[in-house]
Design a protein around this ligand. Structure first.
Ligand code: HEM
Length: 255
């Protein structure tokens, strides 16, 4: 490869990825050396949230067009993104609790609670449909325009697909190898819920490790207690409920 050729490629790489902006976007508010891992961790999350929103928009459109294979494939990939994000928490857990406390006051009211993209992912998933009215009220109070950006949710698109097929949800599971397309879609949706739930649970454990289980968050919530309450959230409650139905069908008891 000639030298000019390699310079062109380098130029394209830097330009295409906008590295000048990306690598100068770390503004530290404290002199503490451990603030860097905290900032870069959150920034990398926000980048992946951007990708998840992009893919969720595509999946909702695909489900509406009954393109089940591609929708399932992308749902599985979002599951993997959340799995990777969960693993990443381990990096941040190697910032010691004492180090964190040395720069935490500099964060003032800054909190993950202010992640608009995270809330948008929840709304796109369908939490305003599957949770109580208080959830939607909180979203509207914090982000008045957010709901308008989500004309249809993943949950609603999924329900439309299931309602439009001749089988009930439980029958899709019972006839899983005959209707592998629908079964795979259901499992990809459940897996997405599962991975997000794993992240939520591990985030709570990390919070307790960093600031304790009684600390008030920088965003003003009850910290670990508030976050624990969010581990009941599901995008696809019917897919969790169908497990009870399967237990009952086989003669097992449910409470
Ligand atoms: C030292 C590490 C961390 C601590 C101590 C921490 C602490 C907290 C606390 C206490 C809350 C509750 C809201 C509040 O009152 O502030 C919260 C919410 C949140 N955090 Fe973290 N966090 C940490 C790392 C992260 C990371 C790496 C992310 C990735 C983006 C993140 C994303 C979020 C989100 C999205 C919420 C809102 C959750 C919801 O409302 O359901 N946090 N965090």
């Amino acid at each position: 490869m000639s030298e000019s050729n390699s310079k062109d490629m380098q130029f394209n790489y830097i330009e295409h990825l906008q590295l000048d902006k990306l690598l100068t976007a770390q503004k530290f508010v404290s002199p503490h050396p451990e603030e860097s891992v905290f900032v870069i961790m959150h920034q990398s999350y926000e980048l992946w949230f951007r990708q998840v929103i992009h893919d969720m928009e595509r999946i909702i459109a695909m489900l509406d067009k009954h393109e089940l294979s591609q929708a399932t494939w992308l749902l599985q990939r979002i599951g993997r993104i959340f799995q990777a994000l969960d693993t990443q928490l381990g990096i941040l857990e190697m910032m010691s609790a004492a180090d964190f406390q040395e720069f935490r006051p500099y964060l003032k009211q800054s909190s993950g609670l202010q992640s608009r993209q995270f809330r948008k992912i929840e709304v796109m998933g369908g939490l305003c449909e599957t949770q109580d009215a208080a959830y939607e009220e909180r979203v509207r109070a914090q982000w008045p325009d957010l709901m308008d950006e989500v004309p249809k949710t993943l949950h609603a698109a999924f329900v439309d697909v299931i309602d439009g097929c001749p089988l009930r949800l439980i029958e899709i599971y019972q006839k899983r190898w005959e209707r592998f397309d629908l079964f795979s879609l259901c499992e990809a949706c459940l897996e997405l819920d599962r991975q997000l739930l794993t992240w939520r649970s591990n985030h709570v454990r990390m919070v307790e490790r960093m600031i304790g289980d009684r600390a008030i968050g920088t965003g003003g919530t009850q910290g670990s207690k508030y976050l624990t309450s969010t581990t009941r959230y599901r995008f696809f409650p019917e897919l969790w409920e169908v497990r009870n139905a399967l237990t009952e069908t086989s003669g097992g008891q449910t409470g």
